[in-house]
Design a protein around this ligand. Structure first.
Ligand code: FES
Length: 272
């Protein structure tokens, strides 16, 4: 059992949880994730480790309430324990001094972007970061991201904060202005699809960190399978990061949307 030692709401639906997990805190590297289960029969949800404190023995997860399982997790309070927490899972991000890195995060995707921005900066890169959300209240971790960014651009769809527009608008501006050596994009699948098309135009190598449905997290169930460069890959063991220009985002979107109705129904039952 892993105890929650701190909790903070970034907005009504986005919460930061600091959880006791000493061995994971020591072993994790940027890009790793954990699978969390709340309750004996709870669903298993993958969450990227946003940060870790090896001295304190804790990891930080950022959870967005989007369905029953994430609601259950977000409702836990300081002192509560998480039924199951497994990790660190997946392949760590490939970090080196590439030169100029354009890091882009949409919505709650900014949380998994944070450790990558930090590691890229520490490796000597010039880091230009774009964070984006629908509206001001959904912008998260701005100060933490700023700390490791040479330049930070904030975008909101409705213009209530930062610049008005999409993540791709800011990306275009940067890519037209200067040479970028690598881009990293994390966010909703649809955002990653268009971010990837944008960098492809400028021939900038791009990683996307994928957030598929997962069950076992060990490459056995196939729930997380995607197609990359015409080959089947498992996000949990081969990823979560892949060459964005080779990912079949349309297939991924189709598979993600396949459970939408069941998820909606489960949430309605949970709330009433
Ligand atoms: Fe089962 Fe990846 S979650 S194979």
């Amino acid at each position: 059992m892993n105890k929650i030692v701190d909790k903070e709401f970034f907005s009504e639906n986005v919460v930061r949880l600091e959880i006791e997990a000493p061995r994971i805190a020591k072993a994790r590297r940027a890009g790793h994730f954990v699978i969390v289960k709340v309750g004996k029969n709870g669903e298993r949800i993958p969450l990227t480790i946003a940060s870790a404190n090896p001295e304190k023995g804790t990891i930080t997860l950022v959870v967005q309430r989007v369905g029953v399982s994430s609601r259950r997790l977000a409702e836990l309070n300081i002192g509560d324990e998480i039924t199951d927490l497994v990790g660190p899972l997946g392949q760590a991000t490939h970090i080196e001094n590439f030169g100029t890195v354009l890091a882009c995060g949409g919505g709650v995707g900014v949380a998994p972007l944070l450790p990558i921005v930090e590691a890229m900066k520490k490796a000597g890169n010039k880091v230009i970061t774009v964070i984006a959300a629908r509206t001001k209240d959904l912008i998260i971790l701005e100060d933490q991201i700023k700390q490791y960014s040479d330049e930070l651009i904030v975008m909101t769809d409705d213009g209530t904060y930062g610049e008005k527009g999409l993540v791709t608008d800011a990306m275009e501006k940067v890519l037209q202005r200067e040479k970028v050596d690598l881009s990293v994009v994390i966010g909703p699948a649809i955002m990653m699809k268009f971010a990837s098309l944008t960098t492809e135009k400028y021939e900038v190598p791009t990683y996307a960190s994928l957030n598929t449905i997962m069950v076992d997290g060990t490459g056995m169930c196939g729930a997380c399978r995607i197609t990359v460069g015409g080959k089947t890959k498992f996000v949990c063991v081969d990823g979560p990061e892949f060459d964005a220009h080779k990912v079949d985002f349309d297939e991924m979107l189709l598979r993600l949307n396949g459970y939408k109705e069941i998820e909606k129904e489960a949430e309605q039952n949970y709330l009433h």
